[in-house]
Design a protein. Structure first.
Length: 187
């Protein structure tokens, strides 16, 4: 059993991620995206739900661009109260700083409709070898995925954010797969 609390895990994971150089973040993000683009679940998806990266997160701009190039719909979240709602965007011009200065869809974007071919690309601060996920502490993705179960999910993370074991609750939703620059963790 892990001896760290979720709060301690978040702090340590953020410290590890923030210690990466901008060059490492760019290179590792490119490697992670390359792996994602080759996955059947990405290739067959008609809609990509992805977060918009900020600070030292795995960069998602290439994911959004690739989806648009392949004529997939792209939707990104906007925080609305205690929930996230995904809105379809057609370009980066559809984004403005929102919750905690994270880029969010502008007013006028339409809510996206989930399909059976939607792939949800999830962020996270910390993960473990069993794909348990520790987010930023607000539970947005867990609530979303409990409300809309059954869609393919892929978390992306830097290898430095992977722990042997992290604290997990029954309400935490594990991604179907987890990609880092070094490997893919699956059930």
């Amino acid at each position: 059993m892990t001896s760290m609390t979720k709060r301690e895990t978040r702090k340590e994971a953020a410290k590890r991620r923030d210690s990466l150089s901008q060059d490492q973040i760019s290179l590792y993000s490119e490697q992670i995206c390359g792996k994602l683009f080759r996955l059947p679940v990405f290739c067959s998806a008609d809609t990509i739900y992805a977060y918009v990266s900020c600070r030292s997160e795995v960069r998602t701009e290439a994911i959004l661009r690739k989806a648009w190039q392949q004529n997939k719909k792209v939707a990104v979240p906007r925080v609305e109260g205690e929930h996230i709602v995904f809105y379809e965007i057609r370009s980066f011009d559809d984004l403005l700083p929102g919750y905690y200065d994270i880029p969010e869809p502008v007013e006028g974007c339409i809510p996206s409709v989930l399909t059976d071919k939607t792939l949800v690309v999830m962020p996270g601060l910390a993960f473990d070898e069993s794909r348990h996920r520790c987010g930023y502490g607000k539970g947005f993705y867990d609530r979303f995925l409990h409300t809309y179960p059954g869609h393919a999910t892929c978390a992306i993370s830097f290898e430095t954010q992977i722990f042997d074991e992290i604290p997990a609750d029954e309400t935490d939703v594990k991604p179907d797969l987890l990609l880092t620059e070094k490997r893919m963790l699956v059930p």
